[in-house]
Write a protein that binds this ligand. Structure first.
Ligand code: TRP
Ligand code: SF4
Length: 405
């Protein structure tokens, strides 16, 4: 992760509020967020405007899911003391940045985003030939750039959107990061660092530009980071000057690819609410037990005495996530020899899933009983997010010549 400057080591990610979260989300996305919140300044938001791009005719569904989703995050262990949680539409700065970015984003860039055509085909029952739907990856770019986030944890399907964000940032910096007297201003900024630090900066810059010394680049960035007395503008000039370009106003983010969730659905396909094969985080224990006990097994095991093959059984995939080596050995041996029955085989999985869900459900219950606490957490997150967003937007307005207020 060396190529993100230290002050941009912020994590940002969003989720659409379109339904109850399930074990697939937990093992795929949320566990990743839990780790990231420990390591980085993290912002997680409810992408309600994004949900409107596809569900504009069912706004009620979105409203219902906003708070429930935040409760699911909290229940899964997202810690308001570590991470900020907020709602996109309550930080209207995203919309202004989206508008400004739209001025110089070529239409072709949006038409070529792979999800654009794919989703239109997949969601045939919805009319997605709207302006908002075409523009949604650009809204996502605004979501990311407004926080100058360096890292964006996303699944495979969203990587193209982060890539678009990088292109948009690059184009922005190219168009608006060039001040006519950039080099002079940068040299003046070096002087503001003081003699010793300024000298070191120049030396590191030379080593990077002449010899492509990446370590020198890292050191120079760390040096800038440590300069307390630099103004924001000078700091950005010096970051840009290091790499030879203009001012880096909007840094390019990196996608942090969420490893594909190994969590299968009850039928062995990807777990998804729309496939009807999901176990939601709030599912009551009786229902979880029933779903697991009735899930399909190796079709070759028609009778209890027929031997089976775990490789052909979705239950085995659950054992791979939840069971110890010892239990897995017991399954392999018992299944192939018809030594154990399928219900017997499923029991350790039932126990493990229930044990995983119990503390999550307990926390969800606590938060549900205190809606004002959840609202306060989000209100605070929105305020903190807005403070950062306003600062970026101010710089963007200046750079685009809109500072006459
Ligand atoms: N588009 C993402 C999804 O459908 C959600 C999202 C919106 C997002 N804005 C974002 C994810 C910014 C990461 C960063 O899942
Ligand atoms: Fe699947 Fe276990 Fe039955 Fe084998 S014994 S078919 S692994 S449920």
């Amino acid at each position: 992760m060396a190529s993100v400057a230290p002050q941009h080591q912020r994590v940002l990610s969003g989720m659409r509020p379109t339904g109850a979260l399930h074990l697939g989300h937990y093992h795929g996305v949320l566990k990743n967020w839990l780790r990231l919140q420990q390591e980085y300044e993290s912002f997680f938001f409810v992408a309600d405007w994004h949900a409107l791009t596809t569900h504009y005719d069912e706004p009620g569904v979105i409203a219902d899911n906003v708070w429930e989703m935040v409760i699911d995050w909290l229940a899964a262990g997202i810690n308001p003391g570590l991470a900020r949680m907020f709602v996109q539409s309550r930080v209207p700065e995203h919309a202004e940045l989206h508008l400004l970015l739209s001025m110089f984003t070529p239409l072709g860039w949006l038409e070529r985003v792979p999800t654009y055509k794919e989703q239109q085909e997949r969601l045939q029952d919805r009319d997605l030939s709207t302006y908002g739907f075409l523009g949604y990856p650009l809204l996502q770019a605004a979501d990311i750039l407004i926080y100058k986030a360096g890292f964006v944890p996303v699944g495979e399907d969203q990587v193209a959107h982060v890539e678009l964000t990088r292109e948009v940032a690059r184009r922005f910096n190219h168009l608006y990061g060039r001040e006519p007297d950039f080099a002079e201003k940068a040299e003046a900024a070096v002087k503001h660092m003081g003699k010793k630090a300024g000298h070191l900066y120049q030396e590191l810059r030379r080593r990077y530009q002449e010899q492509g010394d990446g370590e020198a680049l890292e050191k120079a960035r760390a040096l800038l980071e440590a300069q307390q007395s630099l103004s924001l503008g000078d700091r950005e000039r010096l970051y840009g000057y290091l790499e030879g370009g203009g001012k880096v106003i909007l840094p390019e983010p990196q996608a942090l690819l969420t490893p594909a969730s190994k969590m299968p659905g009850l039928d062995g396909q990807k777990m998804s609410k729309s496939y009807g094969n999901a176990i939601s985080l709030r599912e009551d224990p009786a229902s979880v037990t029933r779903k697991l006990r009735t899930m399909p097994t190796d079709p070759a095991r028609v009778r209890r005495t027929d031997p089976g093959d775990p490789a052909k059984c979705p239950v085995w995939q659950f054992h791979e996530i939840y069971s110890s080596e010892e239990v897995k050995g017991w399954v392999q041996q018992g299944c192939r020899s018809a030594g154990i029955g399928c219900l017997e085989c499923k029991q350790p999985v039932v126990d493990a899933v229930l044990a995983e869900l119990a503390p999550i459900q307990e926390r969800a219950q606590e938060y549900r009983a205190r809606p004002e606490t959840v609202r306060a957490i989000v209100a605070e997150g929105c305020e903190e997010a807005r403070a950062v967003a306003r600062e970026t937007l101010d710089e963007v307005r200046h750079a685009m010549g809109l500072a006459y207020r």
